[in-house]
Design a protein around this ligand. Structure first.
Ligand code: GDP
Ligand code: MG
Length: 206
């Protein structure tokens, strides 16, 4: 039996001090095996930054953090991977870029950050915060477990395979010139999820 893998999502931000390295950082994200599910360039207002960092509103550095985060555009990415939250936190390193340089010299903050505030990137710190932060930027993104392993197999077996099997059987019988378009047309015409439009239905006999 397949072992279910725990695919998680997390929110990554390339902060204003590192957007000039955005391509380089995105490259490292992809090479580390993350999928980028959503991506946006945005320039947040101070009010939006205050809301995003509301957990830190009592901290002495809060006004300075808000000013920094609203000082220019940022790149926001919804990432997915097995254990994405801890994996991305490990990859970015210590909050303080100087400590990151001492302790995790290969980390993103070590490479691109300057100090404890201008630290190049953000990463969610828990599942609850990841969900809140992803909704903050991508409100239409559906937060639910991605079906993989056995649950993906079950989903395909129940919802798709019976129809696809019928389609492929018919395709082999007919051997059309353009099998891809034929298959697409057949699936549209025989979609079991489409309400059946039949003129005989709803006809009331006199
Ligand atoms: P993170 O989860 O590693 O990003 O760190 P926190 O959640 O503790 O802090 C949020 C952000 O506030 C950090 O990424 C920094 O940009 C900033 N920050 C954290 N600590 C300090 C600090 O001591 N001074 C200043 N100026 N900024 C800080
Ligand atoms: Mg944090």
């Amino acid at each position: 039996m397949d072992k279910d893998i725990h695919v998680q999502r997390t929110l990554a931000i390339i902060k204003p001090d590192a957007v000039n390295k955005a391509e380089e950082i995105e490259d490292q994200v992809l090479r580390a095996g993350f999928s980028i599910l959503n991506k946006r360039w945005v320039h947040l207002s101070p009010e939006q930054c205050s809301e995003f960092y509301s957990d830190h509103s009592s901290k002495i550095f809060f006004p300075s953090l808000v000013a920094f985060m609203s000082s220019g555009p940022i790149v926001v990415m919804e990432l997915a991977k097995e254990n994405a939250i801890s994996s991305w936190r490990n990859m970015i390193g210590n909050t303080n870029s100087e400590k990151a340089r001492a302790e995790q010299p290969d980390s993103i903050r070590a490479k691109y950050g300057r100090d404890e505030q201008c630290n190049a990137v953000h990463g969610s710190d828990s599942e609850l915060n990841a969900e809140r932060e992803i909704r903050f930027f991508f409100s239409r993104s559906v937060i639910e477990p991605i079906p993989i392993g056995q649950s993906a197999k079950d989903y395909l077996e129940n919802k798709l395979n019976p129809t696809v099997l019928k389609a492929l059987t018919q395709l082999c019988k007919e051997k059309p010139q353009d099998p891809v378009t034929w298959l697409a047309d057949w699936l549209l015409a025989n979609n079991p999820y489409k309400p059946l439009v039949n003129s005989k239905v709803n006809v009331i006999e006199a």
